[in-house]
Design a protein around this ligand. Structure first.
Ligand SMILES: NC(=O)c1ccc[n+]([C@@H]2O[C@H](COP(=O)([O-])OP(=O)(O)OC[C@H]3O[C@@H](n4cnc5c(N)ncnc54)[C@H](OP(=O)(O)O)[C@@H]3O)[C@@H](O)[C@H]2O)c1
Length: 297
């Protein structure tokens, strides 16, 4: 049974992927967090090499899935040194401690910045903000390894209980509706949102298939952020007055205008098809329709 270490399990993706892999029964899974909590097997500040070494003395993984990061663009912009430490130094420390493992690193689709979008993995990468800069630098510590995967996912969405402070794209919308606040959403910014369940499935298949390299992950349809939110609002039966279209330039932090990526490479490699956006939203609806956190369904 392969041994897997997942960093950042108090966060959205880490929490969900930890449980998906553990529940599969195929792996021995351990999680790291900065503080103790559900699914945290090792408390470690990954920016501290001694803390990482200490963890490595207690567990020898075959696979490291590195998800811990300062992942919010605006927070990174305001706390550049902390963002650098959380995103670059932590990656450097883990690579140094686990050089012979399969190392799976989560970068971001936002490393691409082209007008035409639909970027495949060979597109030029450039940073439009500090968060992206740190993700690009962290990638440079991972890609000299013998056995690595760098995933560049589009926006990942899924359910997390409202009481958990970490907010993914979907839960931000839920929270706004829950608090009866209006969400302004760019109608001129396009992306390929993908559900966390699909991401977890792709990780499992990539481990089993012993895949390596750089791969985008996203849905096969390009959609504006406003239209995606609208699809969710309509599927969940929310009052549409809580959603307003906006232009991307009116937001403080700049993001690539056309953030669309092609995920054909991972789908071809795994012989796997990412479901349609409405199918992923339907699955999410079925998973949580009875949930008291979800307002007014
Ligand atoms: N969510 C998306 O849409 C998306 C899209 C593309 C790429 N990604 C990438 O996927 C990864 C996971 O994203 P996410 O949305 O799950 O982020 P998240 O919810 O903000 O979780 C980040 C996790 O990293 C941990 N962390 C931060 N600094 C740390 C440090 N110094 N030492 C140890 N742990 C630390 C956090 O711990 P605390 O709870 O202690 O803060 C938390 O567990 C990130 O690398 C992100 O860049 C995410």
């Amino acid at each position: 049974m392969k041994k897997i270490l997942i960093t950042g399990v108090t966060g959205f993706a880490g929490f969900k992927i930890y449980h998906a892999l553990k529940n599969s029964g195929n792996y021995e899974v351990k999680g790291t967090g900065r503080s103790s909590g559900e699914s945290v097997d090792f408390v470690a500040d990954l920016t501290d090499l001694e803390s990482v070494k200490n963890m490595g003395q207690h567990f020898s993984p075959d696979v490291v899935i590195h998800l811990a990061a300062m992942a919010k663009t605006d927070i990174c912009e305001r706390n550049k040194d902390d963002c650098y430490a959380a995103n670059v130094i932590s990656t450097k420390n883990l690579v140094e401690m686990f050089p012979d493992c399969k190392f799976i690193y989560f970068s971001t689709y936002a490393v691409y910045n082209t007008k035409k979008g639909n970027c495949d993995e060979s597109c030029k990468i450039t940073a439009t903000n500090h968060y992206i800069q740190t993700k690009i630098e962290a990638e440079s510590y991972v890609n000299p390894l013998n056995d690595y995967i760098i995933f560049r996912p589009s926006v990942i969405f899924g359910y997390m209980p409202l009481k958990i402070k970490t907010k993914n794209y979907f839960m931000q919308l839920i929270e706004m509706v829950h608090d009866k606040k209006v969400m302004r959403s760019p109608a001129d910014q396009f992306f390929n949102p993908v559900s966390i369940d699909v991401v977890a499935e792709i990780i499992g298949l990539s481990i089993e298939g012993d895949v390596s390299g750089v791969f985008n992950i996203g849905s096969n349809e390009d959609i504006s952020k406003y239209d995606f939110n609208l699809m969710i609002m309509e599927r969940f039966g929310f009052n549409l007055k809580y959603l307003e279209p906006a232009v991307a330039d009116s937001f403080a932090v700049k993001r690539p205008g056309n953030g669309t990526v092609s995920s054909m490479k991972i789908q071809f490699t795994l012989s796997y098809r990412v479901p349609g956006i409405s199918e992923m939203i339907d699955s999410l609806y079925d998973e949580i329709k009875e949930n008291p956190d979800i307002p007014g369904v």
